[in-house]
Design a protein around this ligand. Structure first.
Ligand code: LLP
Length: 437
């Protein structure tokens, strides 16, 4: 794959020096809709979902893809997934509520929270949403809430922590003995046996080892451990699982020419051992579940941002843009790489090395460090790539900056799916006590 093919995978191409995204002129978009702005290609989301579904179907029919809502929880994005037949992995009441508002029914949702409150449980039980518990102690509280509300206890799931994790950054590795998530092997049998005692009749089991895993071999060890735990539970408690969930975590190639995740290896180290497990332990045909977020949405979106200041301080060149870590947090929080390109590729003068920096009052507000770009000018527009996962959802109002808008391109047509916030929006929940009026 060469560079322009790599860009093509992300729906990007230069036509006579202007960058087009999903067939649309990015300079015209930025003029008409303003910057900073998240621009999403609906087709990419549909393609990623469909191709993953085809791959799973060819391996094992009884499978489900639960889209990890945290990657992008905008209503229109949820509706796209819903129309493709996806299920949904939610991590909070807010995400479940958003799913409901997108007409997604409770049977299509799993609530994989952590540090659940009684309010979380009440909400889930009242709305008949399946809960995926992440500690043994939570079972007691959940059971009490079921009994108190007089609701039937049907199915329960526990998140297992298989001790081996992986991810693009230490903050996104979610398995290991010192990590807060899930239940370790030592407590796994106790968890399910107590669930049986407490009247649950059907069971699911879950793991998620981390996020941004680009080397599929990294799934091997955790899956082996997970499967050995499942075997022990199945044997000692005679449980047949309704579903076995392998979580999300599939990475995408953020860097030019980086290879995508190798799904042949993924099949070998995840799907094959799953099939061997259900055959050897006579577990029937449980649902094979995964919960990708990033893989389905990251490459669907770019962030357009305009340069307002070119500064050469004598040591370094800065291109100051109108997006900051309030708009896209990943580079600052995880030191994540997002490729940045110019929307107007100018005549090939020699390139220069820039730090692309935002307007936030912190020196860590850097979207791209030491980036080699054709000479930039004030008013130029840049595209920051692969921002469709954990881009908008992690944006904030820090420095009292309104959150940006989102637009969706569907087959050549542009739809605004989220207005940019106004200055008044920043203030609308504040209350001034009388003595300060
Ligand atoms: N399932 C569970 C239980 C999760 O906690 C997550 C992500 C996923 C699925 C989806 O993972 P994915 O397929 O997207 O890797 N903010 C970070 C990523 C944090 C992910 C947290 N959990 C980032 O920007 O890289």
């Amino acid at each position: 794959m060469n560079y322009s093919e790599w860009l093509n995978v992300k729906s990007l191409e230069y036509r006579e020096d202007v960058l087009y995204f999903a067939g649309k002129n990015t300079l015209e978009i930025s003029k008409e809709y303003g910057t900073p702005i998240y621009v999403i290609n609906e087709n990419t989301i549909r393609e990623r979902y469909k191709s993953l579904k085809i791959l799973l179907n060819s391996e094992y029919e009884n499978n489900r893809i639960y889209y990890a809502v945290k990657a992008n929880s905008s209503l229109s994005i949820l509706k796209i997934f819903h129309s493709e037949g996806a299920f949904f992995d939610c991590t909070s009441m807010g995400e479940i509520y958003t799913c409901f508002k997108a007409d997604i029914s409770p049977e299509r949702i799993i609530y994989t929270g952590n540090m659940f409150t009684d309010e979380d449980f009440t909400f889930a039980v009242e709305n008949k949403v399946l809960v995926n518990l992440d500690s043994v102690s939570q079972l007691k509280r959940l059971t009490k809430i079921h009994d108190h509300l007089g609701k039937e206890k049907i199915i329960i799931s526990f998140r297992i922590n298989p001790e081996f994790g992986a991810g693009h950054h230490i903050h996104t590795i979610t398995a290991g003995k010192t990590i807060k998530f899930g239940i370790l092997e030592e407590q796994a049998i106790e968890a399910f046996s107590k669930a049986k005692e407490n009247g649950f009749e059907k069971f699911g089991i879950h793991q998620h080892i981390g996020s941004g895993v680009l080397n599929a071999q990294d799934f091997k060890k955790p899956v082996e451990k997970y499967i050995s735990i499942i075997k022990k539970i199945a044997k000692s408690l005679e449980i047949k699982f309704e579903f076995i969930d392998f979580g999300g975590g599939m990475g995408i190639p953020y860097r030019p020419l980086e290879e995508p995740l190798d799904f042949d290896i993924y099949k070998e180290v995840v799907i094959k051992p799953f099939k061997q497990l259900i055959n050897s332990e006579d577990l029937g045909e449980p649902i094979f579940k995964i919960e990708p977020g990033r893989y389905l949405t990251a490459e669907s979106s770019i962030l357009l941002t305009q340069i307002n200041t070119i500064k050469n301080n004598g040591y370094k060149l800065f291109a100051g843009v109108d997006a900051g870590f309030n708009t896209l947090l990943r580079p600052t929080l995880y030191n994540s790489y997002h490729h940045i390109i110019s929307c107007n590729k100018k005549s090939k003068e020699s390139t220069l090395i820039y730090d692309i920096t935002g307007p936030i009052c912190e020196s860590g507000d850097i979207l791209g460090k030491n980036r080699e770009l054709n000479k930039l000018e004030e008013k130029d527009v840049l595209a920051i790539l692969d921002v469709g996962a954990y881009g908008f959802t992690m944006s904030s109002n820090y420095n009292s900056r309104p959150r940006s808008s989102e637009i969706l391109i569907n087959n050549g047509k542009i739809f605004k799916i989220r207005e940019a916030e106004s200055l008044d929006d920043l203030l609308k929940l504040q209350i001034i006590p009388d003595h300060l009026k």
